[in-house]
Design a protein around this ligand. Structure first.
Ligand SMILES: C[S@@+](CC[C@H](N)C(=O)[O-])C[C@H]1O[C@@H](n2cnc3c(N)ncnc32)[C@H](O)[C@@H]1O
Length: 287
Protein backbone atom coordinates (compact mmCIF):
# COMPACT_ATOMS: atom_id res chain seq x y z
CA UNK A 1 0.00 0.00 0.00
CA UNK A 2 1.24 3.49 -0.88
CA UNK A 3 2.50 5.90 1.82
CA UNK A 4 -0.22 8.43 1.04
CA UNK A 5 -2.96 5.86 1.50
CA UNK A 6 -1.46 4.72 4.79
CA UNK A 7 -1.29 8.31 6.00
CA UNK A 8 -4.96 8.83 5.12
CA UNK A 9 -5.96 5.61 6.86
CA UNK A 10 -4.08 6.70 9.99
CA UNK A 11 -5.71 10.12 9.88
CA UNK A 12 -9.14 8.52 9.36
CA UNK A 13 -8.79 6.97 12.82
CA UNK A 14 -8.76 10.47 14.32
CA UNK A 15 -11.99 11.74 12.70
CA UNK A 16 -14.96 11.49 15.05
CA UNK A 17 -17.35 12.02 12.11
CA UNK A 18 -16.07 8.86 10.40
CA UNK A 19 -17.41 5.50 11.59
CA UNK A 20 -15.49 2.46 10.39
CA UNK A 21 -17.13 -0.71 11.72
CA UNK A 22 -15.15 -3.92 11.51
CA UNK A 23 -16.84 -6.69 9.53
CA UNK A 24 -17.53 -8.69 12.69
CA UNK A 25 -19.45 -5.70 14.11
CA UNK A 26 -21.95 -5.67 11.25
CA UNK A 27 -21.93 -9.19 9.80
CA UNK A 28 -25.26 -10.69 10.93
CA UNK A 29 -25.59 -8.35 13.90
CA UNK A 30 -26.59 -4.81 14.74
CA UNK A 31 -24.03 -2.03 15.19
CA UNK A 32 -24.42 0.04 18.41
CA UNK A 33 -25.29 3.15 16.36
CA UNK A 34 -28.26 1.44 14.71
CA UNK A 35 -31.36 3.37 15.76
CA UNK A 36 -29.21 5.98 17.59
CA UNK A 37 -27.57 8.09 14.88
CA UNK A 38 -29.61 11.18 15.77
CA UNK A 39 -28.89 11.10 19.47
CA UNK A 40 -25.34 9.68 19.51
CA UNK A 41 -23.79 11.10 16.35
CA UNK A 42 -25.61 14.38 15.72
CA UNK A 43 -27.12 15.20 19.11
CA UNK A 44 -30.55 15.99 17.62
CA UNK A 45 -33.53 14.29 16.01
CA UNK A 46 -33.45 16.05 12.64
CA UNK A 47 -34.10 14.09 9.43
CA UNK A 48 -31.18 11.97 8.26
CA UNK A 49 -30.23 11.71 4.59
CA UNK A 50 -27.86 9.00 3.36
CA UNK A 51 -25.68 9.03 0.23
CA UNK A 52 -24.69 5.54 -0.91
CA UNK A 53 -21.36 5.17 -2.71
CA UNK A 54 -20.41 8.74 -1.81
CA UNK A 55 -16.75 8.43 -2.86
CA UNK A 56 -14.92 11.52 -1.60
CA UNK A 57 -18.09 12.91 -0.09
CA UNK A 58 -18.44 16.23 -1.93
CA UNK A 59 -22.14 15.72 -2.52
CA UNK A 60 -22.83 14.84 1.11
CA UNK A 61 -20.86 17.87 2.32
CA UNK A 62 -22.44 20.28 -0.15
CA UNK A 63 -26.01 19.15 0.63
CA UNK A 64 -25.24 19.41 4.35
CA UNK A 65 -23.95 22.97 3.97
CA UNK A 66 -27.11 23.94 2.11
CA UNK A 67 -29.50 22.22 4.50
CA UNK A 68 -28.40 22.73 8.11
CA UNK A 69 -31.80 21.42 9.25
CA UNK A 70 -30.91 17.89 8.12
CA UNK A 71 -28.14 15.46 8.97
CA UNK A 72 -26.14 13.73 6.22
CA UNK A 73 -24.26 10.45 6.20
CA UNK A 74 -22.03 9.49 3.26
CA UNK A 75 -21.42 5.75 2.88
CA UNK A 76 -18.58 4.14 0.96
CA UNK A 77 -16.19 1.24 1.33
CA UNK A 78 -13.08 3.14 0.18
CA UNK A 79 -11.29 4.71 3.14
CA UNK A 80 -8.86 6.79 1.10
CA UNK A 81 -11.79 8.47 -0.68
CA UNK A 82 -13.83 9.05 2.47
CA UNK A 83 -10.77 10.71 4.00
CA UNK A 84 -11.35 13.80 1.87
CA UNK A 85 -14.93 14.42 3.03
CA UNK A 86 -14.21 13.46 6.62
CA UNK A 87 -11.20 15.80 6.75
CA UNK A 88 -13.24 18.68 5.34
CA UNK A 89 -16.10 18.06 7.78
CA UNK A 90 -13.63 17.88 10.66
CA UNK A 91 -11.60 20.97 9.74
CA UNK A 92 -14.76 22.99 9.16
CA UNK A 93 -16.55 21.63 12.25
CA UNK A 94 -19.63 20.64 10.26
CA UNK A 95 -22.16 19.44 12.84
CA UNK A 96 -24.50 17.69 10.41
CA UNK A 97 -22.07 15.50 8.44
CA UNK A 98 -20.91 11.95 9.12
CA UNK A 99 -19.28 9.28 7.03
CA UNK A 100 -19.62 5.53 7.28
CA UNK A 101 -17.07 3.16 5.87
CA UNK A 102 -18.85 -0.08 5.13
CA UNK A 103 -20.12 -2.27 2.33
CA UNK A 104 -23.67 -1.22 1.45
CA UNK A 105 -24.55 -4.92 1.70
CA UNK A 106 -24.33 -4.50 5.51
CA UNK A 107 -26.51 -1.40 5.67
CA UNK A 108 -29.40 -3.03 7.55
CA UNK A 109 -27.04 -3.66 10.46
CA UNK A 110 -26.44 0.08 10.68
CA UNK A 111 -29.85 1.75 10.30
CA UNK A 112 -33.10 0.94 12.12
CA UNK A 113 -36.64 1.00 10.69
CA UNK A 114 -37.77 4.56 9.86
CA UNK A 115 -34.36 5.99 10.82
CA UNK A 116 -33.56 7.48 7.40
CA UNK A 117 -35.62 10.09 5.52
CA UNK A 118 -33.98 10.10 2.10
CA UNK A 119 -31.45 8.10 0.09
CA UNK A 120 -29.14 9.34 -2.65
CA UNK A 121 -27.43 6.93 -5.02
CA UNK A 122 -24.82 8.85 -7.00
CA UNK A 123 -22.95 7.47 -10.00
CA UNK A 124 -23.06 3.86 -8.88
CA UNK A 125 -21.59 1.11 -11.01
CA UNK A 126 -24.45 -0.22 -13.22
CA UNK A 127 -23.18 -3.77 -12.58
CA UNK A 128 -24.19 -4.87 -16.06
CA UNK A 129 -25.03 -8.58 -16.00
CA UNK A 130 -24.83 -8.72 -12.17
CA UNK A 131 -28.27 -7.66 -10.97
CA UNK A 132 -27.75 -8.81 -7.40
CA UNK A 133 -24.93 -6.28 -6.99
CA UNK A 134 -26.86 -3.41 -8.60
CA UNK A 135 -27.84 -0.79 -6.02
CA UNK A 136 -31.45 -0.53 -7.28
CA UNK A 137 -32.11 -4.28 -7.63
CA UNK A 138 -34.96 -6.00 -5.71
CA UNK A 139 -32.39 -7.18 -3.16
CA UNK A 140 -31.10 -3.66 -2.41
CA UNK A 141 -34.56 -2.02 -2.52
CA UNK A 142 -35.78 -4.46 0.11
CA UNK A 143 -32.76 -3.58 2.27
CA UNK A 144 -33.53 0.15 1.93
CA UNK A 145 -37.21 -0.41 2.74
CA UNK A 146 -36.14 -1.75 6.13
CA UNK A 147 -34.80 1.63 7.25
CA UNK A 148 -36.29 4.31 4.99
CA UNK A 149 -39.28 6.20 6.40
CA UNK A 150 -42.59 5.48 4.68
CA UNK A 151 -42.88 7.90 1.79
CA UNK A 152 -39.11 8.53 1.87
CA UNK A 153 -37.51 9.38 -1.46
CA UNK A 154 -34.72 7.55 -3.28
CA UNK A 155 -32.74 9.78 -5.68
CA UNK A 156 -30.67 8.21 -8.43
CA UNK A 157 -28.21 10.40 -10.35
CA UNK A 158 -26.10 8.52 -12.87
CA UNK A 159 -24.25 8.68 -16.16
CA UNK A 160 -25.35 5.09 -16.85
CA UNK A 161 -28.39 4.95 -19.08
CA UNK A 162 -28.44 1.21 -18.39
CA UNK A 163 -28.86 1.79 -14.64
CA UNK A 164 -31.35 4.59 -15.21
CA UNK A 165 -33.58 2.54 -17.53
CA UNK A 166 -33.32 -0.55 -15.33
CA UNK A 167 -34.39 1.51 -12.31
CA UNK A 168 -37.26 3.11 -14.17
CA UNK A 169 -38.39 -0.35 -15.29
CA UNK A 170 -38.20 -1.80 -11.78
CA UNK A 171 -40.20 1.16 -10.44
CA UNK A 172 -42.86 0.71 -13.11
CA UNK A 173 -43.00 -3.07 -12.72
CA UNK A 174 -43.51 -2.79 -8.96
CA UNK A 175 -45.92 0.15 -9.07
CA UNK A 176 -43.50 2.49 -7.25
CA UNK A 177 -44.26 6.19 -7.40
CA UNK A 178 -41.88 8.09 -9.69
CA UNK A 179 -41.69 11.74 -8.65
CA UNK A 180 -39.27 12.92 -11.34
CA UNK A 181 -37.36 11.32 -14.19
CA UNK A 182 -35.08 12.77 -16.85
CA UNK A 183 -32.67 11.03 -19.19
CA UNK A 184 -30.62 14.20 -19.63
CA UNK A 185 -30.60 16.54 -16.67
CA UNK A 186 -28.46 19.24 -18.27
CA UNK A 187 -29.86 19.03 -21.77
CA UNK A 188 -29.78 22.43 -23.45
CA UNK A 189 -31.65 21.38 -26.56
CA UNK A 190 -34.55 23.77 -27.00
CA UNK A 191 -36.08 21.45 -29.60
CA UNK A 192 -36.99 19.08 -26.82
CA UNK A 193 -35.49 16.02 -28.48
CA UNK A 194 -34.09 13.39 -26.16
CA UNK A 195 -30.43 12.50 -26.63
CA UNK A 196 -31.14 8.78 -26.34
CA UNK A 197 -28.84 7.74 -29.12
CA UNK A 198 -25.73 8.61 -27.10
CA UNK A 199 -26.27 5.42 -25.13
CA UNK A 200 -27.80 3.20 -27.72
CA UNK A 201 -25.66 0.43 -29.13
CA UNK A 202 -26.90 0.89 -32.64
CA UNK A 203 -25.89 4.54 -33.16
CA UNK A 204 -22.27 4.97 -32.17
CA UNK A 205 -21.50 7.90 -34.48
CA UNK A 206 -23.61 10.26 -32.47
CA UNK A 207 -21.67 13.00 -30.68
CA UNK A 208 -23.28 14.85 -27.81
CA UNK A 209 -23.41 18.57 -28.44
CA UNK A 210 -23.97 18.28 -32.18
CA UNK A 211 -27.68 18.73 -31.67
CA UNK A 212 -27.14 21.16 -28.83
CA UNK A 213 -27.12 18.29 -26.31
CA UNK A 214 -25.50 17.90 -22.92
CA UNK A 215 -22.75 20.15 -21.77
CA UNK A 216 -21.25 21.99 -18.93
CA UNK A 217 -23.64 21.66 -16.05
CA UNK A 218 -25.95 24.65 -16.39
CA UNK A 219 -29.59 24.28 -15.55
CA UNK A 220 -31.13 23.70 -18.97
CA UNK A 221 -34.41 25.41 -19.58
CA UNK A 222 -35.84 22.14 -20.88
CA UNK A 223 -35.32 19.70 -18.02
CA UNK A 224 -35.37 22.46 -15.39
CA UNK A 225 -38.90 23.43 -16.44
CA UNK A 226 -39.88 19.78 -16.55
CA UNK A 227 -38.58 19.20 -13.01
CA UNK A 228 -40.23 22.34 -11.65
CA UNK A 229 -43.55 20.96 -12.91
CA UNK A 230 -42.91 17.47 -11.47
CA UNK A 231 -44.39 16.03 -8.25
CA UNK A 232 -40.86 16.24 -6.80
CA UNK A 233 -41.03 20.04 -6.80
CA UNK A 234 -44.29 19.97 -4.80
CA UNK A 235 -42.74 17.61 -2.26
CA UNK A 236 -39.21 19.07 -1.97
CA UNK A 237 -39.56 22.65 -3.21
CA UNK A 238 -37.70 24.77 -5.72
CA UNK A 239 -34.42 24.91 -3.78
CA UNK A 240 -34.12 21.13 -4.03
CA UNK A 241 -34.64 21.31 -7.79
CA UNK A 242 -31.98 24.03 -8.06
CA UNK A 243 -29.62 21.88 -6.00
CA UNK A 244 -29.93 19.04 -8.52
CA UNK A 245 -28.03 21.22 -10.96
CA UNK A 246 -25.81 23.15 -8.62
CA UNK A 247 -24.50 20.31 -6.47
CA UNK A 248 -22.28 17.94 -8.41
CA UNK A 249 -20.24 14.92 -7.44
CA UNK A 250 -16.63 14.37 -8.44
CA UNK A 251 -17.61 11.88 -11.15
CA UNK A 252 -20.46 14.06 -12.34
CA UNK A 253 -18.15 16.96 -13.17
CA UNK A 254 -15.88 14.62 -15.12
CA UNK A 255 -18.76 13.14 -17.13
CA UNK A 256 -20.09 16.60 -17.85
CA UNK A 257 -16.69 17.67 -19.15
CA UNK A 258 -16.81 14.70 -21.52
CA UNK A 259 -20.31 15.68 -22.70
CA UNK A 260 -21.90 12.54 -21.28
CA UNK A 261 -25.58 13.02 -20.40
CA UNK A 262 -26.46 12.80 -16.71
CA UNK A 263 -29.73 11.08 -15.85
CA UNK A 264 -31.82 11.63 -12.74
CA UNK A 265 -34.77 9.92 -11.15
CA UNK A 266 -36.60 10.31 -7.83
CA UNK A 267 -38.97 7.62 -6.61
CA UNK A 268 -40.61 6.13 -3.55
CA UNK A 269 -40.14 2.50 -2.61
CA UNK A 270 -43.32 1.94 -0.57
CA UNK A 271 -44.52 -1.48 -1.64
CA UNK A 272 -46.01 -4.47 0.16
CA UNK A 273 -44.37 -7.84 -0.45
CA UNK A 274 -41.27 -8.68 -2.46
CA UNK A 275 -40.02 -6.50 -5.30
CA UNK A 276 -39.74 -8.26 -8.64
CA UNK A 277 -37.12 -7.82 -11.35
CA UNK A 278 -38.32 -5.80 -14.32
CA UNK A 279 -39.14 -6.98 -17.78
CA UNK A 280 -37.00 -4.72 -19.94
CA UNK A 281 -34.44 -4.81 -22.75
CA UNK A 282 -30.97 -4.77 -21.14
CA UNK A 283 -29.27 -5.24 -24.51
CA UNK A 284 -30.47 -1.86 -25.73
CA UNK A 285 -28.01 0.17 -23.67
CA UNK A 286 -24.26 0.28 -24.12
CA UNK A 287 -23.45 1.52 -20.63
C1 LIG B 1 -18.15 5.64 -9.44
S1 LIG B 1 -17.84 5.98 -7.76
C2 LIG B 1 -18.88 7.38 -7.47
C3 LIG B 1 -18.41 8.19 -6.28
C4 LIG B 1 -19.23 9.45 -6.04
N1 LIG B 1 -20.61 9.15 -5.77
C5 LIG B 1 -19.11 10.39 -7.20
O1 LIG B 1 -20.06 10.49 -7.98
O2 LIG B 1 -18.07 11.05 -7.33
C6 LIG B 1 -18.73 4.69 -6.96
C7 LIG B 1 -18.42 4.59 -5.47
O3 LIG B 1 -19.25 3.61 -4.90
C8 LIG B 1 -18.51 2.85 -3.97
N2 LIG B 1 -19.15 1.52 -3.86
C9 LIG B 1 -19.50 0.73 -4.89
N3 LIG B 1 -20.09 -0.40 -4.44
C10 LIG B 1 -20.10 -0.29 -3.08
C11 LIG B 1 -20.58 -1.14 -2.04
N4 LIG B 1 -21.16 -2.30 -2.30
N5 LIG B 1 -20.46 -0.71 -0.77
C12 LIG B 1 -19.85 0.49 -0.50
N6 LIG B 1 -19.38 1.32 -1.45
C13 LIG B 1 -19.50 0.94 -2.72
C14 LIG B 1 -17.11 2.80 -4.54
O4 LIG B 1 -16.15 2.57 -3.54
C15 LIG B 1 -16.98 4.18 -5.19
O5 LIG B 1 -16.38 5.12 -4.32
Amino acid sequence: MGKDKLRKFRENETFSCLIQPRTEEVFGKDHPLKGHWGEKMFGNDRPIVVELGCGKGEYTVDLALRNPGCNYIGVDIKGARLWKGAKYATENSLPNVAFLRTRIEFIESLFAPEEISEIWITFADPQIGREKKRLTSPLFLSRYRNFLKRGGIVHLKTDSRYLHEYTRAIAEQNGLEILACTSDLYRRDSKGTVTESFFEKKDRDFRPGEDGGSASGEASSESYRQLLASPLASVCGRDAIDALFQVQTFYETQYLDQGIPITYMAFRIDHEGPYVSPEWDPDRWER
